[in-house]
Design a binder for this molecule. Structure first.
Ligand code: 5AD
Length: 355
């Protein structure tokens, strides 16, 4: 098969062998062809708009002990913080006033906030204006998820991290890998636009399992997929492992674009920590259509250290937005002026007005 046939097959009928081929090839022309193909699929299926999602990291307390994560409960060297519900609402409304159309509320798995707290926060944020609310708060019960949705939350992010169940259960001992997939399915049936993702380059991860992850994304028909390199955090048991590879992360991004076509794919912050000057641009040219700027109030930002140097890159919110505007325009693209929901795919896909 020549490279064009391979790419067409990847697009029409992706199989594990073919995905693995592109994860492994060292041929610069083939890699380049993969990226160009992904960029065309991006243009055809999601267009030139780049969606900006403002992240507010509202608590770094976490009851999980994931071996890769800097805010896991056993790390005694970080200062823990929790924003009050009204502080979270104020930060979200500020993001709205700064021009953002989506806020992503992210935290460790912190049982402190009740279902009632979340409902209050979501409803209040919805009073600010037309602002999509994404939650990224971990494993909760189905009834909790339903309560957030009926309060008005639009989207939910829950990464499955790796489809290698043995590896996940070794790295995140209290997690049951199967439960993550079950939860993703459940979030979808509740009506959320649902996001997943993996880390790339986890110690012990194989390319074969990454190919499985990409096929799983397609099977789950996710609305958003965030994949970033693993970055070792010195205060964790995996602190001496190697970084995930920047190059492999672009390949996974391009493959996700070709295989899932119209999914929202961010240029992740962890990718930018590996290449501060060029990663966003390269990711946008290789399949990405989303950037997630950090709008956590500055006094808390440095404590949300999932991995080292996470917050170095975008210290000044306004300057960062201007920088993004320039970058996006230089690529002939534009910042989306809508909340940027994924288009419905068929009867009953998403039922809320305007989605
Ligand atoms: N390097 C990169 N990403 C990480 N995450 C957690 N720890 C790390 C790390 N060391 C990612 C996980 C998690 C998200 C919030 O951050 O994918 O789901």
């Amino acid at each position: 098969m020549n490279i064009n046939e391979r790419l067409n097959q990847l697009f029409e009928n992706p199989g594990k062998e073919n995905i693995l081929y592109f994860l492994k090839t060292r041929d610069a022309d083939e890699i380049d062809a993969l990226y160009r193909f992904a960029d065309n699929v991006r243009k055809q299926f999601v267009g030139d708009a780049v969606h900006l999602r403002a992240i507010i990291e509202f608590s770094n307390y976490c009851q999980q002990g994931c071996l890769y994560c800097g805010i896991n409960k056993t790390n005694k060297k970080i200062n823990r913080y929790r924003m009050k519900p009204d502080e979270i609402v104020a930060a979200a409304c500020e993001a709205y006033r700064a021009g953002y159309k989506t806020v992503v509320l992210q935290s460790g798995e912190d049982p402190h906030y009740s279902r009632k707290d979340y409902r209050y926060i979501i409803k209040e944020i919805k009073q600010c204006g037309e602002l999509a609310v994404t939650l990224s708060i971990g494993e909760k019960t189905r009834d909790d998820y339903r309560a957030y949705f009926t309060a008005g939350a639009d989207r939910f992010l829950l990464k499955h991290e790796t489809s290698d169940h043995t590896l996940l259960e070794a790295l995140a001992p209290v997690r049951k890998a199967k439960n993550r997939i079950k939860r993703l399915k459940s979030l979808k049936t509740i009506g959320f636009q649902t996001g997943g993702g993996i880390m790339i380059g986890l110690p012990g991860q194989t390319l074969t399992s990454i190919a499985d992850d990409i096929l799983l994304f397609r099977k789950l028909d996710l609305d958003m997929i965030g994949c970033g390199p693993f970055i070792p955090h010195p205060e964790t048991p995996t602190g001496k492992a190697e970084n995930g590879s920047e190059e492999l992360t672009y390949r996974v991004l391009a493959l996700n674009r070709i295989v899932t076509r119209d999914t929202h794919l961010p240029a992740t912050t962890s990718l930018s920590t590996l290449n501060e000057t060029d990663a966003r641009k390269l990711a946008l040219q290789r399949g990405a259509n989303v950037i997630m700027p950090n709008l956590t109030p500055p006094k808390y930002r440095k404590y949300y250290e999932i991995y080292p140097n996470k917050n170095r890159i975008e210290a000044d919110t306004e300057a960062f937005r201007t920088e993004l505007e320039t970058l996006i325009a230089s690529l002939g693209r534009h910042i989306s002026t809508t909340p940027g929901h994924r288009e419905p795919r068929g009867a009953g896909a998403y039922m809320r007005n305007g989605d």
